[in-house]
Write a protein of this length. Structure first.
Length: 291
């Protein structure tokens, strides 16, 4: 079924007073601050675990007309939080030369655990989106950070029809720079179907696992991805995916995968979820239900 473009009269919104704080209170993580401004909404469904479950949403159904969101996340000592999105994050076609953007700033204190698990980012035709993530961790904290970039509204015949995408991820540990990752893609000049770019693939996935001793799970993650067909030879290449997995020191794993379609995105997300659970990386957090 073809998708329809959002029609809205909502004016340009710059949302800067957004703040989430998670604290451990008597052995259970609690949401002690949840402030947000239009167009951002932050949903907090109840769960039976001892972690906080949050979903980022939008009053306009996505980023429109130059929306910009600035969100600060604080995970205090020994707290646990899962943050997802209500649905795909959409950046709608602009009315004029307007850039949408998002800045996420997160702090993880001692023994805090945070999972950032959004649905795919979908840029509509001619849209421009800049995203910046800054994460400041204690060496005893644990961060799981997922990013998925879609090629556009494929059901509408849009394939890399957006104008420009820029994403930046910076992670510090105990105040020291640890990871800096910058991705900029301009389809008109970067020739997405070229073998040096996306070639036959359509989706780009990146997963960052940071925490004490997390690199020891490299083999288990690789074995699961191989069993599920996402890594099949020495170059980690298969007909449905092109995947790399790299360990940094003993406290980080970085996974990148180019995937052929949305079904493969769903499958690899499930594979990764299973590994996070079986290895204990996710702690006692489960997130099968959104609402």
């Amino acid at each position: 079924m073809a998708e329809t473009e959002l029609s809205t009269s909502r004016s340009l919104a710059t949302s800067t007073g957004n703040h989430v704080t998670v604290e451990a209170v008597r052995g259970r993580s609690r949401l002690t601050a949840n402030r947000f401004e239009e167009p951002l909404r932050i949903l907090n469904p109840q769960n039976s675990g001892d972690f906080v479950q949050l979903y980022l949403s939008s009053y306009g159904g996505g980023f429109v007309q130059g929306d910009r969101i600035d969100l600060t996340i604080e995970a205090n000592p020994e707290s646990a939080a899962f943050i997802g999105t209500q649905a795909n994050t959409r950046v709608y076609s602009p009315d004029g030369a307007r850039t949408c953007g998002q800045i996420l700033r997160g702090t993880l204190a001692e023994k805090a655990r945070l999972i950032m698990w959004p649905d795919p980012l979908v840029l509509h035709a001619d849209s421009v989106f800049d995203q910046q993530q800054e994460w400041h961790m204690s060496s005893s904290s644990e961060l799981t950070l997922l990013e998925i970039i879609a090629p556009g509204r494929m059901n509408n015949g849009e394939l890399f029809a957006f104008d420009r995408l820029t994403t930046r991820v910076t992670i510090t540990v105990d105040g020291q720079p640890f990871i800096t990752d910058h991705y900029r893609f301009h389809p008109e000049s970067d020739s997405p179907l070229d073998p040096a770019q996306y070639a036959q693939y359509r989706f780009l996935l990146a997963l960052y696992l940071i925490g004490p001793g997390v690199a020891r799970h490299e083999d288990e993650l690789a074995d699961r991805l191989t069993a599920d067909g996402f890594m099949t030879d020495a170059q980690h290449h298969s007909g449905q995916a092109l995947t790399s997995l790299v360990a940094l020191r003993d406290n980080a794993l970085i996974l990148r995968s180019m995937l052929s379609d949305s079904r493969q995105v769903d499958r690899i997300r499930q594979s990764l979820t299973d590994v996070l659970t079986s290895t204990g990386i996710s702690g006692n957090m489960t997130w099968g239900r959104k609402y």
